[in-house]
Design a binder for this molecule. Sequence first.
Ligand code: FE2
Length: 262
Amino acid sequence: MRILFVGDVVGRPGRDAVEGLLPALKDRLDIDACVVNGENVANGVGITPRLAERLMAAGADAITLGNHAWRREEIGPYLASSAAVVRPANFQSAAPGRGLAFVEARDGAPVAVLNLLGSLFLDPAHSMWEVVDDLVDEARAVTPVIVVDVHAEATSEKVALASWLDGRVTAVLGTHTHVQTADARVLPGGTAALTDVGMTGPHDSVIGVETKLAIRRMRTGMPVRFETASGGVRLEGAVVTCDPATGRASAIELVRVPWPAT
Ligand code: FE2
């Protein structure tokens, strides 16, 4: 089974890249299931029901979120009834939605998708370490194919989580920093790991934001309204190959595709 994970889709440029590239990319890479991180799709922060539907129409089987999950309040009721869009599992338990979803691969096989939020700078209601083992057990009762999106700032938290889950999940893939890392590997127990899958959006920017605006805010400490940049758009992500009978990964490859296609 081949699973494509698409890194954080930022604003309209990211959305355009997903809609323009994903259908053919899934064909070319022979993809069975596709997970997209969509927490920045609504003008750089948050997601709306309409945009979630658009990402799924373009080929996402599941959508993961992160620290900006609640920026658009209309997503709350949608998450409460969605089987395919997850928010971090370690948010407050009274918040709508769930952090674990089961979706179907191309042949109908179940794939579990688990979304967790790291602690550094992101201040989750509970540490991901408090909830992860029970959620992995819950997922493994249904399927051995489990993809974890660890949305976190700190590389150390992501690397540690991958080692902790090695042999129990198919992949531990990092999101949030928007910078693709060069450490794709399959750990000894058969878990594919990557500290950050990267960003689907404008790379001539400061992690998606118009460069001059990001620098102005940093230099002055004054409030500056951020706008999504537009240049150097790429779809970034990773493909994990695994045995659907055991969930063990055999390979992980980086994906970087320019948009518009050259
Ligand atoms: Fe984030």
